[in-house]
Write a protein that binds this ligand. Sequence first.
Ligand SMILES: Cc1cc2nc3c(=O)[nH]c(=O)nc-3n(C[C@H](O)[C@H](O)[C@H](O)COP(=O)(O)OP(=O)(O)OC[C@H]3O[C@@H](n4cnc5c(N)ncnc54)[C@H](O)[C@@H]3O)c2cc1C
Length: 490
Amino acid sequence: MSGPDFPGATVLSSDSRYAALCTGFNQRFSGTPAYVQVCGSPGQVVDAVQSAIRNGLRPTVRSGGHCYEGFVTDGAGAIIDLSPMNSVYQDLGMDGAFCVEAGCTLWDVYTQLYRQYGLTIPGGSCYSVGAGGHICGGGYGLLSRKFGLVVDYLCAIEVVCVSAQGNASLILASPSSPDPEIQALFWAHTGGGGGNFGVVTRYWFAPDLPQAPAVATLSSVAWNWSGFTFAQFSRLLQNFGAFFAEHSAPDDPYRDLFSLLHLTKNAAPQIVMVTQYVGNDLTLLDDFLAAISNGVGAHVPQAAPVGHHLLVAQQDGYRTMPWLEATQTLNGSGPNRRGKYKSAYMIQPFPDNQIAAIWNALTDPTFQNASALLQVDSYGCEVNARASSDTAVPQRSSIMKLQYQAYWNSAGDDASNLNWIRTFYQSVYADTGGEPISNSVTDGCFVNYCDTDLADWPSLYYKDNYARLLDVKTFWDPRNIFNHAQSIGS
Ligand SMILES: Cc1cc2nc3c(=O)[nH]c(=O)nc-3n(C[C@H](O)[C@H](O)[C@H](O)COP(=O)(O)OP(=O)(O)OC[C@H]3O[C@@H](n4cnc5c(N)ncnc54)[C@H](O)[C@@H]3O)c2cc1C
């Protein structure tokens, strides 16, 4: 917490902080609320929600401000900002569980869990992301093949909910509650997504959190776009898909390896593959790179940053360093700019028609943004050790997770970037209505990569879990106080 003396702050439009506190990390999104209420304790959050209701204002909640859509800013009456609530501690009053306050950034979480306890959670690589939205959306990251999803370790939450009478109060929810409605409220926060049921003030993680790896080995290799042929490109995607189709069982030795293939728009100089390995046998990493390069052509060192990932290694070779340093090195938060994202889970390697559509979009001569790409993340292993209904994240059999991205700075470039990424996505999933529906190849979309273009978002994000989420919404937010363009039931 921000300290016992922080009384909270009400930021009005006349305040010099107002513009900054009303704008998302994604600069496409900016709101005009009556005020921003900056909170330093759960009690202040209860008061902030109650005040908003009393004043007839629609409350929205921001922790890290990294939402991919305008869910916090669009039409906000009062933004409740939790960012001063950023402590991590072992809570003896909760049987030794680790408390993460919702305003923490992921860097707050990683550094505090690591330095004080030697532990970690398998969360996202971009560490300015906020715990508040990330965790309840089912966060994942470079340790997820080894350790699963962040929500697989969640054991309790504290959330401000609003009753049918309009009264805000703190609810402590865990799976061991005798009340099935409280159990369901907890479950809904294991992947149901932010801004749906109330304001989470604190998360608790099981005392048996994973030990952070001692060291991590990083590799970044690239293939120059210049002269790269469709045959080489196809082989690269086939190799990547085939490798993770073979190596995504929970007990596979390659669970220690996580790789991000950055298929850049060809206005960038290179396609880049960044890999983290946290195991003890570097020959596995050698063999992985050989398998991916097989028939593609020799890779070269990475020459420039890609997507939201920095330049990881300029030399062709590995860098081994303490895990915390590697996490810092891989941080890809990047600058504040405008962006658009789309996602897809894959349970099989890329079919030929999808490879052709990806190639066509990335080599489209009419669009020249070097900061546009398709990022293909390895997935599976421990993530797939759970069943679809164990948590609210139903996708538990994927081998890859795709993130379509475009970044730019000027509002004048919105139309061309949005058009490119929408056309790209539509073309890849042309045979399934333009969306990666659950079938034998794809398995929907990731709610943390929310995308308001999606038509059938309830099925794409939640599959069969949506019905239970609707029940939780009806019970815990009967007045639909917490709502946005894709909130449960909207
Ligand atoms: C650069 C970047 C990198 C990313 N990398 C990853 C990654 O590696 N892995 C991954 O899983 N995701 C990743 N994400 C997605 C990220 O997890 C989501 O955008 C997440 O929702 C952000 O949470 P936030 O608190 O920062 O955002 P906010 O904008 O504050 O909130 C996002 C949503 O959650 C709601 N919310 C926020 N706080 C609370 C709360 N305390 N209680 C209830 N609802 C709340 C908001 O109302 C909003 O609907 C990344 C995003 C960015 C911008």
